[in-house]
Design a protein around this ligand. Sequence first.
Ligand SMILES: [Zn+2]
Length: 422
Amino acid sequence: MDSSALAFTYLFCALLVGGLIVRTVLASRQIRHVVRHRDRVPEPFAATIGLEAHRKAADYTVAKARFGMLESAIEAALLLGWTLLGGLHALNQWLLSWMGPGMWQQLALLGAFALIGAVLTLPLGWWSTFRLEERFGFNKMSLGLWLGDLLKGAVVGGLVGLPIATLVLWLMGAAGPAWWLWAWGAWMAFNLLLLVLYPTLIAPLFNKFEPLQDETLKTRVNDLMKRCGFAAKGLFVMDGSKRSAHANAYFTGFGAAKRVVFFDTLLKQLAPPEIDAVLAHELGHYKRRHILQRTVLMFALSLVGFAVLGWVSRQAWFYTGLGVVPSLEAPNDALALLLFLMVVPLFTYFLSPLLAQLSRRHEFEADAYACAHTDGHDLASALLKLYKDNASTLTPDPVFARFYYSHPPASERIARLRGATA
Ligand SMILES: [Zn+2]
C-alpha cells in the first residue's frame, strides 16, 4: 500500500472511531440528563403534563438512546466489514468471475450490496418496531404488514433505483472527465421527478389517502389557506394509525400539485383550532421560503458531492485505502459509488449541529408565522398534546439537543409561544 492510501486508511479509521465516541458520549449525556429529571415535571408544564406521562416520555427517550448506541456500533462494524475487512472487494471479485466485466456486473454489485445490507440490518428494524415501539404502545403493525412493507419497499426501490443507477454508471463510463456534472444534472432531474411521482404513485402503495370529509374542518382550513395566500390541490387524510400511534401533518408535491396530508392520528388528538395552528406552522415553512432554501442547499451539497466523487474515483488510494483493489480490466464505477456512499456520512456527521441549528431557526420562524395568522395559545397546546402523545421528553440534555435536534426543545419553544401571545 502506498503512503496516500495508508494516510486515507488512518483518516477513515479516525473518523469512524471519533464519530462512534461522539455518538456514545452524546447518548450517555442524554440518558443521564433525562433520568435525573424523570421524577419531576418541569414547572412550565406542570399544569398540563402528568407525572406518569412525563415518566413514560423519559423511559421512551432512554430506550431510544440506548437502541441508537447499539445501532451505531453495529453500523460501524458493518462498515468495517465492507471496507477494510474486504467484504466489498470479495463481493466484487466474485461477481466479476461469475458475470465478467460490464454494466450488468456493476448493477449486480449495487443490487447485491443493497440486498445484503438490508438483510443484515433486518433484526434492528424488527427490534425497533416490535420491541421498542411496541413496549410503549406506539406500534400498530402486524408482522405481516411489516414484511409486506419491506417487500414493497424493495420492489419500488428496485424499480426507481435501477434506471437512475444505470444512467449514472453509463455517464461515469462514457461522458468524459466532466461526467460528474452530467450525473449531478441527471440526479437533480430524477429528484424533481420523484417529488411529482411520490404523492400520486408511491405513497398510495403504502397508505390510503382519502379527501378530508369533515366539512367544518375543511372550511376552517380553506379559510386559513386563503388568509395566508396559499393554494393547494387538495386536503387528504392518511391512515397513519395503520402503522403507528405517532401523529403528523405535512405538505407534499410542489407548484400547483401541492397537497396537504393529515395523519388520522393527528385529527383525532387535536381540536380544530389546534389543527389550524399546526397547519399555519407548516404554511410558515413555505411562506418563509424554508422549503426553497432547503432544496437549494440540497442541490449545492450534492454538486459538491458529485465533484468530490469525480475526483476520488480517479485516485487509486481511494480504493486501496478502503480495502478494495480496483480492477485494471473492468470499470470500477460501481465500486467508487458504493465506497463514496459509505464514507461520506463519516464526514457529514460532524456537520449535523450546523444543519440542526439552521432547522431550529426555521422552526422558530414558522412558529412566529403561525402566531401571526392563528392564536399562539392553540399552537402551544397542540405542541404539548403532541409531545405528550409522542412521549417526547421535555428535559433533553442541552448539548445533545444542540447537536441533533431539528426542532427546538419544548421548553424554549413553548416559552417563546407564550411570550409572543402574552
Ligand atoms: Zn416545522
